[in-house]
Design a protein around this ligand. Structure first.
Ligand code: BTN
Length: 253
């Protein structure tokens, strides 16, 4: 285990694993909070809604084990803002957030975030404690052919967009630093940053759940990171990650 010298995070670097989220889940009793697992390759990456996440050597695959002092939704918001801010501060790349947790560049998805809750059993006086595992998958150096071959027409990497190789370790460490800074801020301030980065807001969108689809105007983000929408039936709050959002022409917003 390598202790990072600038943050509270303890980093475990692996050449390969099935999934960095799974790696932490399987060792939840041993790993201390703020453990970070970074794998060069994932062979069975997990995406949202039970989807597969394909992550070869070109991807940054990183999971962080947080003590559940805040909810999984808060950590999703914090991580999404941290990724966008890191790309901008490191390379001037302007990325946006597609609610809830996809990072978008040039209308393509470059990063997904999967936050999962876990219970850690403990024999000491503290008993069972809950944790959140926050997995960040950022497409960094894959070539355009990778997305064609994997039939990921909405996906892209920094390299496929900007024709340049990036240092994924540098990006990963910068993201961790931003996460630590954002965790130290009032969550209402982070929500303001999230709103400023959210490309879904101010648009007419399709909300898709199972086979059901409704159209609404994406009006605002509430204090918890939920999407406030409005349509002819009135205003309503969408708080679940099981809803998929698309633009009116199916575009990825
Ligand atoms: C999504 O479906 O958009 C979320 C994708 C999350 C992928 C990351 S890669 C690191 C971590 N390990 C996983 O297996 N999944 C997450």
């Amino acid at each position: 285990m390598v202790r990072s010298n600038f943050t509270k995070f303890k980093i475990i670097s692996l050449p390969a694993t099935t999934s960095t989220n799974t790696y932490i889940k399987e060792r939840i009793d041993e790993l201390p909070e703020n453990s970070v697992v970074i794998a060069d390759i994932q062979t069975d990456g997990k995406g949202r809604l039970g989807n597969k996440w394909i992550a070869d050597k070109g991807a940054l695959s990183m999971s962080v084990l947080f003590k559940d002092i805040s909810s999984a939704q808060n950590l999703t918001v914090i991580s999404a803002v941290a990724v966008c801010q890191s790309l901008y501060r490191l390379y001037g790349i302007k990325a946006g957030i597609k609610w809830t947790n996809d990072i978008i560049c040039e209308n393509k998805k470059i990063c997904g975030i999967l936050c999962e809750s876990a219970i850690k059993c403990s024999s000491d006086s503290e008993g069972h404690r809950s944790y959140v595992i926050c997995g960040i998958g950022l497409n960094v150096n894959q070539e355009k052919e990778f997305f064609d071959k994997s039939e990921l027409s909405d996906g892209a990497s920094l390299n496929s967009l900007y024709s340049k190789e990036y240092d994924k370790t540098e990006i990963g460490l910068y993201i961790l630093r931003r996460i630590a800074i954002l965790q130290g801020m009032a969550f209402s301030e982070v929500i303001k940053m999230y709103k400023a980065l959210c490309v879904t807001l101010g648009r007419q969108v399709k909300l898709i759940r199972n086979n059901c689809e409704i159209t609404a105007y994406a009006k605002d983000i509430d204090e918890n990171g939920c999407l406030i929408c409005e349509n002819e039936s009135g205003e309503f709050v969408v708080n679940s990650g099981v809803v998929r959002v698309r633009g009116m022409n199916g575009e990825y917003i």
